[in-house]
Write a protein that binds this ligand. Structure first.
Ligand code: HGY
Ligand code: MN
Ligand code: MN
Length: 413
């Protein structure tokens, strides 16, 4: 019997998970290793144990939930995503891949269908950059994509470093133990909402993701000269906010002038000091995010902004410091995994679209240690990272069905 998805249970669990939040419903805020995050982790563990699966957490809290196969020594087939949520976001980003992955394993177990390879759901730590300013922290360390010294040096907005933060919530094993060998997984397939409107606009049911765009992010720290908003004349002012404003506009210009619609640029953070209406801003901090499906074009857009920062700060006599957080290459999906997804879509007679992911995901880094591909389902209006993010139970059920079939296709190869 084919795996049958219990969409009522999955929908209930998504609702329950959304309540572990530091924002009023329907918004969700669940930041790394906060009380709500730790409660959500404990709750996920209870679901895994209830289902009779193996459960472990690594030194960063990456969580592994395993349904053992008939040949447990073979590299497993992995799936998974993230449960952390940026401030005032929605309840489906990431969670559909974690709880949907769990439901896929439960459905496979209920079906009694055999699978040589073990099947494993991963809940990655810190896919979102909220706390330490760097996204995909868990999968970066797992895949060896970052030096551990850089990880240890990360500090949150309160100056708490990562080592102190992780040990405070019980993750004390050496960071070196997080790294996974290249043959740990035979395949990795992530289920995620599309976070864009293409599937909905074209009335298609499944996205077969063949590439993940290249993300870059950096902070710009600006220091000018403060002073009295009324008494200080305009001539000679060194207003940090105005320099920041020119820089933010150059982020938009860099994306629009790249010659391709795939280049996107966002200034998502702008903090000023002292932030008083009658005081000239002496300091500003920008958080800038620039991406493209083409790594070279992305780098050119970043370069455009860095040059603008230099000229604007020279003209306005503002000191600046650039804090590069990441500039990752894009990832291509593996042909074999794509074929397994297409086969599942065809068997289920669903409609589908081959597409790229403009959002990044942990799969961007899992691609470094395992053949990877992603499955998208539509989300209403393409909206994400907002409280009105929504995916229908029918779309979620289809996504989990494709995931379960794909994992089974791969588990017996
Ligand atoms: O920003 C991203 O692409 C992901 O949602 N963290
Ligand atoms: Mn996200
Ligand atoms: Mn996500």
């Amino acid at each position: 019997m084919n795996p049958r998805i219990d969409i009522e249970q999955l929908s209930r669990e998504l609702e329950q998970l959304s309540l572990f939040s530091d924002a009023p419903s329907p918004a969700v805020t669940r930041v790394l290793w906060t009380e709500q995050d730790m409660k959500a982790r404990a709750w996920l563990k209870s679901l895994a144990l209830e289902a009779g699966f193996l459960y472990r957490e690594d030194a960063l809290g990456n969580t592994f939930i395993r349904l053992v196969g008939s040949q447990p020594d073979l590299p497993a087939v992995g799936t998974g995503s993230h449960n952390d949520a940026i401030p005032f976001s929605g309840m489906y980003d990431g969670t559909v891949g974690v709880l949907g992955g769990l439901e896929a394993l439960r459905a496979i177990k209920r079906s009694g269908l055999s699978h040589a390879r073990s099947l494993e759901v991963l809940m990655f730590t810190a896919e979102e950059p909220t706390r330490f300013g760097l996204g995909c922290l868990g999968s970066r360390v797992m895949s060896g994509a970052i030096e551990l010294e850089k990880v240890r040096a990360l500090k949150d907005a309160n100056g708490v470093d990562l080592e102190t933060a992780r040990k405070a919530v019980g993750y004390t094993a050496p960071l070196e133990s997080v790294r996974l060998p290249k043959d740990y997984y035979a395949a990795f397939v992530e289920l995620h909402i599309e976070q864009a409107p293409l599937l909905e606009q074209q009335g298609l049911q499944i996205g077969v993701v063949n590439a993940i765009a290249a993300p870059a992010s950096f902070f710009v720290h600006l220091t000018g000269e403060g002073g009295h908003a009324g008494a200080r004349l305009m001539l000679g002012r060194r207003d940090a906010l105005l320099a920041a404003a020119e820089i933010a506009l150059s982020v938009e210009a860099a994306a629009l002038q790249s010659g391709a619609m795939d280049t996107v640029g966002t200034t998502g953070i702008l903090e000023i000091h002292p932030a008083a209406i009658n005081s000239i801003p002496s300091q500003a901090k920008l958080g800038i995010d620039i991406r493209d499906t083409d790594g070279l074009r992305r780098d050119q857009a970043v370069q455009h902004v860095l040059e603008t920062i230099k000229t604007v700060c020279q003209r306005r006599q503002i000191e600046y410091r650039i804090e590069m957080m990441n500039a990752d290459p894009p990832a291509q999906s593996d042909p074999k995994i794509l074929e397994a997804i297409r086969q599942a879509v065809q068997d289920l007679n669903f409609s589908s679209l081959e597409m790229v992911s403009r959002a990044y995901h942990d799969s961007l880094f899992m691609a470094r240690i395992s053949p990877m591909a992603m499955i998208f389902i539509p989300c209403r209006g393409g909206v994400s990272h907002r409280p009105d993010e929504y995916a229908t139970p029918e779309d979620m059920a289809r996504g989990v069905e494709v995931l379960a079939r794909t994992m089974l296709n791969l588990a017996n190869l």
